[in-house]
Design a protein around this ligand. Structure first.
Ligand code: GTP
Ligand code: MG
Length: 688
């Protein structure tokens, strides 16, 4: 089979396999739309429903359980002789990495949205990502069965989310208060929706005809912004030929000059055929996408890894888009800096069902088995030289952490392996081993993200997990100095133990850590024992009188004595320890807590709420400003104790309809006294 290269110029539609992502705000109906598309194209016999738990997408136990998408679903279908792979992306911001990682290699995105003001900031976030990647996009206004907004309100509501001009391609028609169909403004035809069937063409007359005229004119006006000839025709009141309108729609979509808006009801498969036709005629194909990405021309296969999966039976699978050439069983790939492995099985994907198939051609989206070292977002090539990485998609910094451990100790090793697989599938999870507390800390993008991660550990990898809040990095220090003797003397039978030191302990400025000084004169403590004294001191400082590591102090060894037979490294080490353990409680120990610099970004209408939230959590607001390059958004800066940041993201999201987020970095340690400190110290004692 010769690979179909897409034709490019005006008037020609792209051909060959397409890859289209379904993206959009949380719960807008992407998985339902995928289901409708698969049913309309005959890839599945009957349209399932998310609420019934029988859709192709969201088939994992976790997704079914939470009734939301928690990872990417890929499904390939044929429509009018062309192959299309749809990538159903999760809408939740917590799982956004699965969406961001696929963007580089798609031809176009269908942005599924709702006419809901509260979801506009989320829509804006998604459109920005697409705009930044220069990906042609079509807005699909879903759940139109529930909408009662008039035609003009559609653009008024949605336009603020898009930096690119939106053009309304369809206007709804009503039967009473209920939307019964639409007029297609390019075709100039009226349709009535039929449930789970193609819409029926009806005569365009009466009110609908008037509505169509005005709406079509405004569509043409927008197109004419980028087409002088069309502008002249409009000014002279000449009806542009239909083909010209279609050519403009296609060109302006592909060049990212406009973003067309279609509508429908995914749950009933209404508007789905028109959407598919728009994709067929207007969306770019692999030739344009390869050009956009800068894929190097040549005969070697080039592929981009959209997603990495660990299936129960098939082992590791890399879902890839073929950007050049072809590849099949036995093809050896390189990443941009390593070997990727050798393909052992090519699969067509329709959700969780995988079907073995022949080699993958340019433009196709398939799964390759056993590419051991390929990672999501890698650029692969079958050539001798690595292909430069076409995209680097770093996950957003994590915002929430939990400490986890295997419920049963025997699962410790299994847990380690499972965590590696978890991160391989979802790089937006980070695992940190805290050497001080011996905790395994799972960092992720939110509550649900971490919950799903722990569910996967038990469901997929068979390791039951216990979870806790991770420890806060408290420290303690002293406010007052002291000179303290530390004496270790034991006379047990033959060989005794003898070490005796005098330590000058004094507080140091914040951030100076610990320093040790040898001030011994006249050999009262022999030189060779002094490092042991220091070791003993350091050892004791790991656990101060309040229960935390002690910092910001200086210890000088000023005096001491020794015994020619009984003194040893061990004895002086113990003496050093005793000096600290007995000395520190007299030095007015005080708790130190980490304070971070926090930057929160949020839609401006939420700024006041965010300020209040920060103050309520012992935050010190440093100021707020408009977010650079983001109309209608602010950035709030504050200093905030680590303990209060713990679940901050949960409240930020609830104050901003999911759109706000934050970053933080360590700033300084601050003294903490009073009730809060007492509680922390008591909790520490109880835990010991
Ligand atoms: N009324 C109406 N409800 C719909 C329509 N499409 C989807 N829904 C409902 O909206 C909810 C979310 O649907 P999903 O398809 O899971 O939405 P999603 O965008 O995939 O959700 P996430 O992937 O979790 O972001 C479900 O309860 C659907 O039944 C529609 O066209 N009309
Ligand atoms: Mg979904």
């Amino acid at each position: 089979m010769a690979a179909n290269q897409a034709a490019n110029g005006n008037g020609a539609r792209a051909t060959g396999p397409r890859c289209v992502a379904l993206v959009g705000p949380f719960q807008s109906g992407k998985t339902t739309l995928l289901e409708a598309i698969l049913a309309r194209t005959g890839a599945i016999a009957r349209q399932g429903a998310v609420d019934a738990g029988n859709t192709v997408g969201d088939a994992s136990k976790e997704a079914r359980h939470h009734k939301m998408s928690v990872e990417l679903t890929a499904a390939t279908a044929n429509f009018m002789g062309d192959s299309y792979t749809f990538l159903d992306c999760p809408g939740s911001v917590e799982f956004v990495h699965d969406m961001r990682a696929v963007l580089p290699a798609i031809d176009a995105a269908v942005v599924v949205c709702e006419l809901d003001e509260k979801k506009i900031p989320q829509l804006q976030l998604i459109l920005r990502e697409l705009e930044d990647h220069k990906i042609p996009r079509i807005l699909f206004v879903n759940k139109i069965d529930k909408a009662d907004a008039g035609v003009h309100d559609v653009l008024k509501l949605l336009q603020p989310a898009s930096r690119t001009k939106l053009i309304l391609r369809q206007v709804p028609t009503f039967k009473g208060d209920i939307i019964s169909g639409f007029v297609d403004l390019a075709l100039e035809r009226a349709f009535v929706y039929k449930e789970h069937a193609a819409s029926e063409i009806v005569p365009l007359e009466g009110d609908a005809a008037d509505l169509e005229k005005t709406a079509r004119f405004s569509m043409l006006e927008t197109l004419a912004d980028h087409d002088d000839e069309l502008m002249e025709q409009l000014l002279e009141d000449i009806q542009p030929p239909r083909d010209k309108v279609f050519d403009d729609l296609r060109r302006e979509l592909r060049e990212g000059l406009v973003c067309p808006v279609l509508m429908g009801t995914a749950a009933r498969a209404n508007g789905v055929l028109r959407l598919l036709k728009a994709l067929r005629h207007e969306s770019p194909g692999i030739a344009d996408t390869a050009k956009r990405l800068g894929v190097k021309a040549g005969n070697d296969a080039v592929a981009y890894v959209l997603k990495t999966l660990n299936t129960a039976h098939g082992g590791k699978m890399s879902v890839v888009r073929m950007l050049a050439g072809q590849a099949g069983d036995g093809t050896t790939f390189l990443t941009d800096d390593d070997e990727a492995g050798r393909v052992a099985g090519v699969f067509k994907l329709v959700g969780q069902s995988t079907e073995k198939r022949g080699p993958a051609m340019v433009g196709e989206t398939v799964a390759f088995a056993k590419l051991d070292k390929a990672k999501t977002a890698d650029t692969l090539t079958a050539g001798k030289q690595p292909h430069p990485a076409l995209a680097k998609i770093a996950p957003y910094p994590p915002v929430l952490a939990i400490a986890i451990s295997a419920k049963e100790r025997k699962d410790d090793v299994k847990l380690g392996l499972a965590l590696n697989k978890l991160v391989e599938e979802d790089p937006s999870i980070t695992i940190v081993h805290n050497a001080e507390t011996h905790e395994v800390v799972l960092w992720g993008q939110g509550e649900m993200h971490l919950r799903v991660a722990t569910e996967r550990l038990s469901d997929r990898y068979g390791v039951a997990i216990e979870r806790r809040s991770p420890s806060v990095g408290y420290r303690e220090t002293i406010r007052k100095g002291i000179t303290q003797r530390g004496r270790h003397k034991k006379q047990s039978g033959g060989h005794g133990q003898y070490g005796d030191v005098v330590l000058d302990i004094k507080p140091m400025p914040r951030g100076s850590g610990f320093s040790f000084e040898d001030k011994i004169t006249g050999g009262v403590v022999p030189r060779n024992y002094i490092p042991s004294v220091e070791e003993g001191v350091i050892d004791a400082l790991k656990h101060g009188p309040l229960g935390f590591p002690v910092v910001d102090l200086h210890v000088a060894l000023v005096d001491g004595s020794y015994h020619t037979v009984d003194s040893s490294d061990m004895a002086f080490r113990t003496a050093g320890r005793i000096g600290i353990v007995e000395g520190l409680p007299q030095c007015q120990p005080v708790l130190l807590e980490p304070i971070h610099l926090v930057e929160i970004v949020c839609p401006s209408e939420a700024t006041a709420k965010i300020n209040a939230l920060m103050s309520g959590r012992r935050g010190q607001i440093l100021g707020f400003d408009t977010r650079e390059g983001w109309g209608g958004w602010d950035m709030v800066r504050a200093k905030m104790p680590e303990a209060e940041i713990g679940d901050l993201i949960v409240e930020i999201r609830s104050a901003t309809a999911g759109a706000g987020t934050f970053t933080f970095k360590f700033d300084h340690m601050a003294e903490l006294t009073g009730r809060t400190a007492d509680q922390i110290i008591a909790a520490r004692r109880a835990a010991e």
